[in-house]
Design a protein around this ligand. Structure first.
Ligand code: NAP
Ligand code: FER
Length: 341
């Protein structure tokens, strides 16, 4: 425990200045310098080194009811972060420990330890706990193994396939001897899916004249599991080619998050009836009690080389809004992270 406790702690944080209408812009964010009070008995102080930007944060920028409270205007944003303990009056968190928390979008934060866990930075780089060994890896694992109950030999279609969740979904499915079809929006992502994730078939949805027709050509025996990260026309195309008793894991629908009008697709949702498709929404937080099983599977896939991943790193807290907005333009390959400080 440190005895050198600062009396005034300067920190910078990014606050929500206004709620986005449609696609977020830099004007919706505000970088502010604040002074935090010194830590009290039982508290510790963390210097963030990494923060995550995630598509779900767009939903929290709206003033609407959901599984979690909306972000408040004039208050700092929140999200997954990894940092180092720099002062401590808490016996469970020592100076120098790496911790995983939920107070991203800022340089420093104080805590009593509630909801904060220490991480083993000898197993993997600390920021991996925001990606493959963190929420996005667990989403892929839970969606495939728990929601889809994936069976070897299945044909799996994955949208946003080179992203943080999608890239892991593709590789878990490959390691379970499935045939994987991945969709992404840029040539370099398509090359990565082929060369590094070893997916069986790829499509660049920005270059197709008809997504459903092209998907049908790549899935002549139909699709058993569609892992949906995108919604909209991707979901419509998948519905056209789902097999009877197929499963759609509704993980995300990023194509709709900035919509100002109701979505025009899918127009063929009725197909889930005749095909007896099970379409199930999922939230990763429902699987937190299975974290040990996830970490066991994922560590073994990482060690065997079955799973590799990409990071797209943006430097500087002040550039976090740009990294976040980039998710909706496809700027990231693999996990989008901001390196702070
Ligand atoms: P990500 O895939 O790393 O980043 C987003 C990607 O989505 C972009 O790089 C872009 O790739 C693609 N995209 C953006 N707009 C698109 C559009 N209009 N049409 C098609 N593709 C578009 O993000 P992630 O963190 O892994 O999240 C992926 C999905 O999972 C999101 O929908 C997210 O909301 C969801 N999610 C859900 C849970 C849960 O618990 N349910 C947890 C984590 C994530 P391209 O260049 O390929 O277009
Ligand atoms: C996500 C997209 C949507 C996500 C959660 C939601 C945790 C939930 C939205 C809602 O309840 O309104 O990526 O990740």
């Amino acid at each position: 425990m440190s005895t050198e406790i600062a009396t005034r702690i300067k920190s910078r944080q990014i606050e929500l200045k206004s709620r986005p209408e449609g696609v977020p812009t830099a004007a919706n964010f505000h970088l502010v310098e604040v002074t935090l009070p010194p830590i009290a008995d039982g508290e510790f102080l963390v210097q963030n080194e990494w923060m995550s930007v995630d598509p779900y944060m767009r939903g929290r920028m709206n003033d609407s009811a959901s599984y979690v409270q909306p972000f408040q205007i004039g208050k700092p944003l929140e999200g997954g972060c990894v940092g180092k303990v720099i002062e401590s009056l808490n016996a469970d968190f020592a100076v120098g420990d790496y911790v995983l928390g939920s107070l991203g979008w800022r340089e420093k934060w104080k805590s009593t330890g509630e909801g904060v866990s220490t991480i083993d930075s000898t197993l993997a780089d600390p920021q991996t706990y925001l990606s493959t060994l963190g929420m996005t890896g667990m989403t892929a694992w839970a969606g495939l193994t728990r929601v889809a109950k994936l069976k070897p030999g299945s044909t799996v279609f994955v949208s946003a396939a080179s992203g943080a969740v999608g890239s892991i979904v593709c590789q878990i499915a490959k390691s379970m001897d499935c045939r994987v079809i991945g969709s992404a929006g840029k040539a370099k992502k398509i090359a990565w899916l082929r060369g590094k994730a070893h997916v069986d078939a790829v499509l660049n949805y920005n270059e197709t004249y008809d997504l459903s027709v092209e998907l049908g050509l790549l899935a002549p025996n139909g699709i058993d599991v569609y892992f949906d990260n995108v919604g909209g026309v991707h979901l419509e195309a998948a519905l056209d080619h789902m097999n009877v008793h197929g499963v759609i894991v509704s993980c995300g629908m990023i194509s709709t998050y900035n919509a100002t009008e109701p979505a025009s697709a899918p127009r063929n949702l009725f197909k889930i009836i005749g095909k007896r498709v099970r379409m199930e929404g999922m939230l990763v937080f429902d699987f937190l009690d299975q974290r040990d099983a996830f970490l066991k599977d994922m560590s073994s896939w990482i060690k065997s080389g079955a799973i590799v991943w990409e990071e797209t790193i943006t430097d500087g807290l002040q550039n976090a809004p740009e990294a976040f907005i980039g998710l909706f333009k496809g700027d990231n390959m693999g996990k989008s992270l901001v390196r702070i400080g």
